[in-house]
Ligand binder design. Structure first.
Ligand SMILES: Cc1cc2nc3c(=O)[nH]c(=O)nc-3n(C[C@H](O)[C@H](O)[C@H](O)COP(=O)(O)OP(=O)(O)OC[C@H]3O[C@@H](n4cnc5c(N)ncnc54)[C@H](O)[C@@H]3O)c2cc1C
Length: 506
């Protein structure tokens, strides 16, 4: 079960900066948590070189880098000299034809294929638990076409999020998809995990932005849909790839909706006595068909953490709103939102929103907490309005009851007329004698069990990966059988990201 390999690097990212440093002496050895796969023989390596003359690595340091994504518990393991699992090779394709050839080869020899975008996934989705070949999509990063009349962009899926948004802005557009991981994630990863950006209440999640898709399926065939706004030609089978976390094929191109760059922005903030009061104000705004781009409600604990110098918000829940678009519409939205919020909220001005805008890409918890033995994670879930406040309180209570828990807080950051996404943060120190992983899973259990019990969804936008597999079948019920059949039909040799998403019968 334990494989050994030479040491390498650890990568932390804070905002858009990647720090690479070698934490231990070069003599140190690592063990792996998952088995990984068997070595590729020379014949296969030779064939891989024919397909990727300039895009193949079997180097130890590359294998270590691609042994994990941004799954927090894997970062902890790394500090304990353990890797999740090693791949046997990494390839960097530049065309769908190369990917198709690779997939044919993988089917012939039963080699796992793991698509890899930015490696910012936080669920372990890109970890090669059965070994195999990691397909890093970063060289497939071309913007194929920006279509002004249709308001679409056609783009290869290896593109880095910030590069895509920056280029669109340069041409006078926005995608409206700004996840906190904008600088370190790719379009392919967003599509495979159903990502959500900070401006989602107006522009939607990534799945709402897709017009057409191109993908290489698990049998090497290439599918492509038409760039039309809607069609009535049966189920949109290509959309099975959205949220598929790499188990059905590799998404190679997408045509997405874009918007003219907003001409006006308006920021508002209000402090509410309770989470209930803030949620109710937002629910009423959306019922009036007004969709601010950014809507975020912080509970008392997070308000204190992020807005400690806003006196009006002391001991309260902060709501921040950002409206953007055409000037007249923004002004109207401001009026409606302000009127509703003023009923029970205390106005706090624009400053807290500007503060959020300035700090919204700061991520330092993993580099600060983990080396100090502090285990933390963030967990997003979604719930209908009806039981949203109750669920928020019951999850916080459940988290606080986990032994060793120090932090249990949340904000709500994605809203719909039908409900809301809560984003919980937990952190603590495992009690003496308890393994880090056991503490970690107890905290996850606390949140997931409440979701299942209250018919909420266990994930809003991070996906399933390794962490959430434990609870997925419970949420999906009979639908898991359907997913299994789809997987077996499209990928009979189970080469695409094996061990993910489909829950085996226990
Ligand atoms: C600091 C930080 C902040 C974050 N903020 C957000 C946020 O605001 N919103 C949000 O939604 N998420 C967020 N995330 C999580 C993460 O960024 C998203 O899950 C993102 O969608 C992953 O993209 P990626 O390119 O890094 O994918 P990876 O981690 O490389 O891969 C994720 C999964 O997608 C599959 N995959 C990748 N590319 C393809 C492809 N072309 N075809 C098929 N499958 C593919 C992989 O096999 C894997 O299963 C954050 C993560 C971090 C570390």
């Amino acid at each position: 079960m334990q494989t050994e390999c030479s040491p390498a690097f650890i990568i932390f990212h804070s905002s858009n900066i990647f720090y690479i440093h070698i934490p231990f002496s070069l003599e140190m050895r690592y063990s792996t948590i998952y088995e990984g796969g068997k070595a590729l023989d020379e014949k296969i390596i030779k064939k891989l070189l024919e397909i990727f003359p300039d895009g193949l690595s079997t180097k130890e340091e590359d294998k270590i880098i691609y042994s994990r994504d941004y799954w927090p518990i894997a970062l902890r393991w790394f500090l304990d000299k353990k890797l999740p699992a090693l791949p046997q090779a990494i390839v960097w394709p530049e065309s769908k034809e190369q990917i198709a050839s690779l997939i044919h080869l993988a089917n012939e020899h039963g080699i796992p294929i793991i698509p890899y975008g930015g490696g910012s996934g936080v669920m372990g989705g890109a970890v090669p638990i059965h070994g195999g070949i990691v397909v890093d999509m970063k060289r497939m990063d071309k913007i194929v076409e920006v279509e002004d009349e249709n308001l679409t962009v056609r783009v290869q899926t290896g593109i880095n999020g910030m590069n895509l948004e920056r280029k669109l802005n340069h041409h006078g557009y926005t995608l409206g998809h700004i996840p906190q991981s904008l600088y370190c994630s790719s379009l392919g990863g967003w599509l495979a995990c159903k990502a959500a950006g900070q401006f989602s209440t107006k522009y939607g999640k990534i799945e709402d932005m897709v017009v057409a898709l191109q993908a290489v399926l698990a049998d090497g065939s290439v599918i492509e849909s038409r760039e039309v706004p809607r069609s009535s030609t049966g189920p949109e089978v290509e959309k099975l790839l959205i949220g598929s976390e790499g188990i059905l094929g590799i998404i190679t191109e997408a045509t997405l909706k874009i918007w003219p760059y907003p001409e006006k922005r308006k920021c508002l903030s209000f402090a509410f006595e309770s989470m209930e009061g803030a949620l109710e104000a937002v629910r009423k705004i959306l019922r009036r068909n007004v969709y601010p781009a950014v809507v975020r409600i912080y509970d008392e604990e997070e308000t204190l953490r992020h807005f400690y110098d806003v006196q009006e918000a002391e001991g309260k829940c902060m709501l921040i709103l950002l409206m953007e678009g055409v000037e007249e519409v923004v002004e109207l939205e401001r009026k409606v939102a302000e009127k509703i919020c003023k009923i029970n909220g205390t106005p706090c001005g624009e400053k807290p929103v500007h503060h959020w805008l300035e700090t919204r890409f700061n991520v330092k918890e993993s580099s600060e907490f983990l080396p100090r033995g502090f285990i933390f994670d963030t967990v997003e879930i979604s719930a209908p309005w009806k039981n949203s406040a109750m669920l928020y309180h019951s999850i916080i209570k459940a988290l606080k009851s986990v032994k060793g828990m120090v932090i249990a807080s949340a904000h709500a950051s994605h809203f719909y007329p039908q409900g809301v996404c809560f984003y919980f943060t937990f952190g603590g120190i495992p009690p003496k004698g308890m393994e880090a992983y056991d503490f970690y899973i107890s905290a996850w259990d606390a949140i997931m069990d409440e979701c299942i019990k209250n018919k909420a969804s266990i994930s809003h936008h991070h996906g399933i990966g390794i962490t959430r597999k434990k609870w997925l079948a419970k949420e999906m019920g009979e639908r898991m059988k359907m997913l299994k059949k789809i997987k077996e039909a499209i990928d009979p040799n189970n080469i695409m990201n094996p061990g993910k998403l489909v829950v085996e019968d226990e």
